[in-house]
Design a protein around this ligand. Structure first.
Ligand code: NAD
Ligand code: IPM
Ligand code: MN
Length: 349
């Protein structure tokens, strides 16, 4: 029997609840599908930082490299550790070190979920650049605390980085409805975003079967609300993709439904699967976090590992549960109730 080695990083806040939930569902589906999943759990988190002074050990990246995939809950506990420390100490270095340059975030309504929009028949796949751009970490502050203080945060866009993510977007569009929306702000940002538009245009020649259109990010945000059914695949830079995917989460019923896969398309290192949401300090410890985003991310992990039938079974189970009205209203059903319903939907197939 094939057994996949999975690194589990629950992280902070509701990260623990949602990874426990997803792991239970993944184990149940693996048992019924004839493969194994072996977890090694890592306690890396803000609590770990308070004990050790680091978000993960110095050899953390090398430790993770041995795994087939990583399943992560959420990182961040801003009341005790600044986000600039926790995220740059754990989540962001993993995405970068393992060249997980394609962050895939699907936005569609599960049956029975009431989103805030009139439109219901949308199915958007957001492809977010995940290793450079506005998240390059280049910059600094001078004259700190003084009247003449200056802060600089430099976005770095490389030809290699931009080409590969836009190409990834074209390839995804080709397997779906053949439409690609490339997102920039090239009316205001005249170097990086014009560069992005130029590369989009150049690659378009290689994909005559894909209908590609460039949008400014502000207009695209409005389109996601006003006419989401007009969109298929979106490809965006790191920061724009971050913002657009919380918007995508909102139109699909909330952050509790939004899944995410940080993919290394070359498979030269493990990919990482996690919900779009964070540690939700406002509801942590209440047992009401919606685990569906993480369960869906777990299905994306199985898909990536080649267990496509098992991944599809999870997605069917999620739909069965939401169609019955379980987990569809934020805060109404407990995490455990939703998880048990999804597991039961799997086993009753
Ligand atoms: P958040 O996503 O944690 O929460 C935003 C809102 O959505 C909150 O009201 C929360 O209760 C709700 N929410 C989130 N997930 C939910 C779920 N599964 N079920 C029900 N409601 C849910 O964003 P935030 O409050 O800005 O960030 C909190 C911390 O998490 C910060 O430290 C932030 O930096 C971090 N964060 C981490 C990640 C990550 O690890 N990938 C992502 C986003 C934010
Ligand atoms: C996400 C998160 C992270 C990001 C933060 C926590 C650094 O918001 O995964 O969407 O911006 O990538
Ligand atoms: Mn985000």
């Amino acid at each position: 029997m094939k057994t996949y080695r999975i690194a589990l990083i629950p992280g902070d806040g509701i990260g623990r609840d949602v990874t426990d939930a997803a792991w239970g569902v993944l184990q149940a589906v693996a048992a019924r599908s004839g493969f194994g999943l072996a977890a090694t759990e890592f306690p890396w988190s803000c609590a770990f930082y308070k004990e050790t002074g680091r978000m993960m050990p110095e050899d953390g990246i090398e430790t993770l490299r041995a795994f087939d995939a990583i399943l992560l809950g959420a990182v961040g506990w801003p009341a005790e550790v600044p986000d600039s420390v926790s995220l740059h100490g754990l989540l962001l270095p993993i995405r970068k070190a393992f060249v997980q340059y394609a962050n895939i975030r699907p936005h569609r309504l599960l049956p029975g979920v009431q989103g805030p929009l009139k439109a219901e028949a949308f199915d958007i796949l957001c492809i977010r650049e995940n290793t450079e751009g506005e998240y390059s970490g280049a910059g600094g502050r001078v004259h700190q605390g003084l009247d003449n203080e200056v802060a600089v945060e430099t976005s770095i866009f490389t030809r290699k980085g931009v080409e590969r993510i836009i190409r990834f977007g074209f390839e995804q569009a080709r397997t779906r409805r053949g439409k690609l929306a490339s997102v920039t702000k090239s009316n205001a940002q005249k170097y990086s975003m014009v560069f992005w538009d130029d590369i989009t245009k150049a690659l378009a020649a290689e994909y005559p079967d894909v209908e590609v259109k460039s949008y400014h990010v502000d207009a695209l945000a409005a389109r996601m609300v006003m006419a989401p059914e007009s969109l298929d695949v979106i490809v965006a830079s790191n920061l724009f993709g971050d913002i657009l995917t919380d918007l995508g989460a909102a139109i699909q019923g909330g952050l509790g439904f939004a899944a995410s896969a940080n993919i290394n398309p070359d498979r030269s290192a493990p990919s990482m699967f996690e919900p779009v949401h964070g540690s939700a300090p406002d509801i942590a410890g209440k047992g009401i976090a919606n685990p569906m985003a993480t369960i869906w991310s777990g299905a994306m992990m199985l898909d990536h590992l080649g267990e496509t039938a098992a991944a599809a079974r999870i997605m069917t189970a999620l739909s069965t549960v939401t169609a019955k009205g379980i987990g569809t209203i934020p805060g109404k059903d407990k995490t455990d109730t939703i998880t048990a319903a999804v597991t039961a939907a799997l086993t009753s197939e």
